[in-house]
Design a protein around this ligand. Structure first.
Ligand SMILES: [Zn+2]
Length: 227
């Protein structure tokens, strides 16, 4: 099972939750280095279930099965990213954790540059319908049970914290989140033997990745070694 990871190399909160245009929601605006349009990486492997390249530049990602969060939640999530102007993935595409899927942007109401470059991010438990709805306070949000981003996302050791917004973020433990990229000729048994020290762990390894030992592995697949 993957650890759900903060999606940028630099953490800077430019608008926190339940304030301004986020009233009544746990959305946050991420501004990275604040020097341009920083890349945004897939926080987990999953499927891009909807892209809205006009409007506000929305991307909705459904995790592959369950992910692990610092508040103890394990389950599927829907990740919403808003304001990109130049999409580099398409609707329906499967992406692996860490892939460059998005960029900060200022897309608003169909106009690039309507806002200063940033990434508006929301995380909702489960695989929910990928659209925006307006709440009683007039804020737009993805419907469903929103998670605090600091409860949902692990901050990788490679992430520089430039402005934490005063929130209690969680660093990913150094040994956690180990992954392996499948090579030609690999099977569940061989990977378990070589990476975990015992081929008999292949059953747990497959299950931890939402598969069975009869599931095919393809070169380039990235699997979690957390069993
Ligand atoms: Zn926002």
């Amino acid at each position: 099972m993957e650890y759900l990871k903060f999606p940028m190399q630099y953490l800077r909160i430019s608008q926190g939750e339940n304030t301004g245009s986020h009233l009544g929601t746990y959305a946050m605006d991420l501004a990275g280095r604040d020097t341009g349009k920083d890349p945004v990486y897939a926080p987990c492997s999953g499927t891009v279930v909807r892209i809205r390249s006009n409007a506000n530049g929305e991307l909705y990602l459904w995790s592959d099965g369950d992910v692990r969060c610092p508040d103890g939640y394990t389950g599927p999530v829907t990740v919403t990213l808003i304001h990109d102007e130049t999409f580099n993935v398409r609707q329906g595409q499967h992406v692996v954790q860490g892939a460059h899927i998005y960029d900060e942007g200022g897309m608003g109401h169909g106009h690039p540059g309507a806002y200063g470059a940033h990434c508006h991010m929301e995380i909702v438990k489960g695989h929910v319908q990928p659209y925006q709805t307006r709440n009683a306070q007039g804020s737009w949000r993805t419907p469903g049970q929103m998670m605090h981003l600091y409860d949902a996302l692990w901050i990788g050791g490679d992430v520089a914290i430039l402005g934490d917004g005063g929130y209690p973020w969680h660093r990913l433990p150094a040994a956690a989140g180990r992954t392996y990229t499948v090579k030609a000729g690999d099977g569940w048994w061989r990977i378990a033997a070589q990476q975990l020290g015992s081929g008999s762990l292949c059953y747990k390894l497959a299950r931890a990745n939402g598969k069975t030992i009869f599931s095919a592995l393809h070169p380039g697949d990235v699997i979690s070694l957390e069993v």
